[in-house]
Design a protein around this ligand. Structure first.
Ligand code: SAM
Length: 168
């Protein structure tokens, strides 16, 4: 597929995931990243695929089923203004790829993301250059630091404007 040449999921998230990890793919869409994430965390890991569109979750579930990965995945349907995962869930890695700009209140959304991250966990936020200007992204970067995230920089070759964050 053409997208894999430009945005290879393993190249983008592979360095942040290992066997046994708990990972969350926020705004998973049809599972483009979730499926590779499920392979990377292995049998003992877990991937929560989260989206507000039931059809997207269904596509992700079907792909997972076809690849025998369903048992290491959870498909979570959320409302638009809340992620709504249990507060007990603490992730080693969270991905929000091309979705934060679609949320109605990014600040509220990102505060909730922070509650889902383990103290040593990492959060990769990637936004599309065609929808989010450099100025808007810099503002987002300032906001996330104000919310208490620690910036680990902007990794290159992540397919858009990127920020790697840790729960400070
Ligand atoms: C541009 S798509 C990206 C999908 C996927 N991350 C990818 O890169 O293939 C954005 C996705 O985010 C989802 N989304 C938008 N706002 C959301 C929200 N507030 N909560 C959860 N998912 C949301 C949309 O339904 C859509 O599937």
């Amino acid at each position: 597929m053409f997208r894999r040449l430009l945005q290879n999921p393993v190249k983008i998230v592979g360095e942040y995931l290992k066997e046994g990890d708990l990972a969350i793919d926020l705004g998973c869409g049809p599972g483009y990243f979730s499926i590779d994430m499920a392979k990377l965390v292995g049998r003992s890991g877990k991937v929560f695929a989260v989206d507000l569109q039931k059809e997207m979750l269904e596509k992700t579930r079907q792909k997972a089923k076809d690849r025998n990965l369903e048992d290491r995945m959870v498909f979570h349907h959320c409302p638009q203004d809340r992620i709504g995962l249990s507060a007990d869930i603490k992730a080693d890695f969270i991905l929000a790829f091309y979705m934060v700009h679609e949320t109605p209140d990014p600040e509220k959304f990102l505060s909730e993301v922070k509650t889902l991250l383990k103290p040593q966990g990492k959060f990769l936020l990637v936004e599309p250059t065609f929808h989010v200007s450099k100025k808007q992204f810099l503002e987002m970067a300032r906001n996330v630091e104000q919310l208490g995230f620690k910036s680990l920089g902007s990794p290159s070759k992540k397919g858009g404007r990127s920020l790697l964050l840790a729960a400070a």
